[in-house]
Design a protein around this ligand. Structure first.
Ligand code: 4GW
Ligand code: MN
Length: 361
């Protein structure tokens, strides 16, 4: 009895093992089928830039997941002094706006840390200037000094907008740097020369700059670089404190005070007075800024109004209601006729004195 039971058990056990084996086999087949489909999808999902050369695929971009563009990162050891949460690096200047935008002063940041952060992104930086009529004489010094001090080690393209292309000197540039000379219209009135920069920058931001540039830096040309300007200035939208107005009361700011003007700012409003000769940001933000300023100027023109400080007045209006994400201290735009105050540790970008009657006529 015992024997027969044990034989029946053996047969039952054999059957069950067979069943289990079949199930396992089926699972194996299903799994390999699933992996086949999945790996095929992954293969096709690789972003085009990472695809091995020669591989062709007919899958559309729409089927890529945003995660497929994520890159693997590497880490690198860096040695530097630890920041002290209870000790600000400087107490003689304002380092942060009430809307938490940093104000960039010497001694408040570590350029090596910032450069390492930005270099991982392999940025394309574009410096724009206008040299219309006699202002072409400023281009050589501007670019020569920029080669020495502006974003050294980064990818830089100079865009020089001019009505006298042949007056722009041919210059040798460091590796990774290019000069693009672009034809721009001239205007009879100098106020229009200055103001129409907004329209041209708007048009280029909507077209040519869109895919070619990560950050735009838009400055006056009657300037020379005198000390380092690096990635510490970069942010989505940045403006610069005017060297003549960083410390004055609100009511002294030379904002447009005519309520009929699109640039009007009442006496009880305003954060800072920003300089017209130095602003920038990413292409979309610069598009929004220049588009606003140009439209406001055109609306005023239709009313026969022109704001007191031209494009600068409209820029100040824009920044009042669209706060910059970073602000450059007057180190980034200085005029030596103001002397050298104690808080000013560096003069990175300074005006070139003009012989007004020669250059402006
Ligand atoms: C008065 O006769 C002029 S001409 C005032 C500006 C002029 C001007 C300005 C010009 O003939 N050609 C020119 O290209 N510009 C551009 O506008 C140039 O990029 C210049 O840096 C910018 C602003 O003019 P600005 O530097 O003379 O203005 P401020 O003295 O306020 O920095
Ligand atoms: Mn200027």
């Amino acid at each position: 009895m015992t024997l027969s039971v044990s034989r029946t058990d053996d047969r039952g056990l054999g059957k069950r093992c067979c069943c289990l084996l079949n199930v396992l086999l089926l699972l194996l087949v299903l799994c390999s089928f699933w992996f086949c489909i999945r790996s095929d999808r992954w293969r096709h999902g690789i972003p085009p830039s990472c695809r091995p050369q020669g591989t062709t695929t007919n899958l559309s971009i729409a089927s890529l997941s945003p995660r497929d563009h994520y890159k693997n990162v590497t880490s690198q050891r860096m040695l530097y002094e630890k920041p002290d949460a209870l000790k600000p690096p400087r107490t003689d200047i304002l380092m942060m706006t009430p809307w938490f935008a940093p104000i960039v002063w010497n001694g408040t940041y570590n350029i090596d840390v910032l450069t390492a952060q930005f270099q991982q992104r392999d940025l394309r930086i574009c410096l724009t200037v206008f040299a219309i009529k006699k202002y072409t004489v400023f281009v050589q010094t501007f670019i020569e000094t920029a080669e020495k001090y502006f974003m050294v080690g980064h990818k830089v393209t100079y865009y020089v907008f001019t009505d006298h292309v042949s007056n722009i000197p041919i210059m040798e540039l460091a590796e990774g740097r290019r000069l693009m000379v672009l034809r721009a219209p001239t205007y009879q009135r100098w106020q229009d020369v200055s103001m129409r920069r907004m329209e041209i920058l708007r048009d280029y931001s909507r077209q040519r700059f869109t895919d070619a540039v990560d950050y735009l830096v838009c400055v006056d040309v009657d300037m020379r670089f005198n000390d380092e300007v690096g990635v510490e200035i970069l942010s989505d939208l940045f403006g610069t404190l005017h060297p003549g107005m960083y410390g004055v009361p609100r009511k002294i700011y030379t904002y447009e005070r005519n309520p009929q003007s699109e640039a009007f700012i009442p006496l009880d409003e305003g954060d800072f007075y920003y300089a017209g000769g130095y602003f920038g940001g990413n292409v979309e933000e610069v598009y929004k800024l220049t588009s606003f300023c140009h439209n406001a100027m055109m609306a005023d023109k239709a009313k026969n109004i022109e704001a007191i400080w031209h494009d600068e007045s409209y820029l100040n209006k824009y920044f009042l209601y669209h706060k910059p994400t970073k602000i450059l201290s007057p180190e980034y735009l200085w005029d030596d006729s103001f002397g050298i105050p104690k808080f000013l540790k560096r003069r990175r970008f300074v005006t070139v004195p003009k012989k007004h009657n020669e250059i402006r006529n």
